[in-house]
Design a binder for this molecule. Sequence first.
Ligand SMILES: [Zn+2]
Length: 146
Amino acid sequence: MAKKKNRLGQLPPRYIFAINPHQDLRCSKCPKCERATYLRKFPLLIHIDQMGPLVLGKTCRYCSKCEFIIAHQDELENTLAALLTECMPTAIGNEYLVLATVEKKAWKQRLEQAGGIEEILPYTSDIKTHAEIEYEPAHWGFAGES
Ligand SMILES: [Zn+2]
């Protein structure tokens, strides 16, 4: 019997997602289609080692044509650390993985009612594709050895 793929969200998988680790690259253009990206807030479902899943509202760069979400690593980790300081400081610095996005409406309702994570899974879409940002940084000129 074929094994069913282990999916978290109950909505169809959606979005390409990438973490941008390059602090000097702001991703104002989409890496795929080169159109201008804009800022949009996404509730991201993130799994944190030794803690489990949580939903974090994070403003990301977004290309609506490609449905491509880009989160800057430094911003994401700062936001995550700020949230964990309040609820679970020992989990700061643990490995994490962005798994899915949650519909904004369901996320806001959950913030108000403080329900469990399983209550938002019907409004959750797994990330369809995890991408990497390729980037060739500018090199300093090398004038030769003295
Ligand atoms: Zn694009």
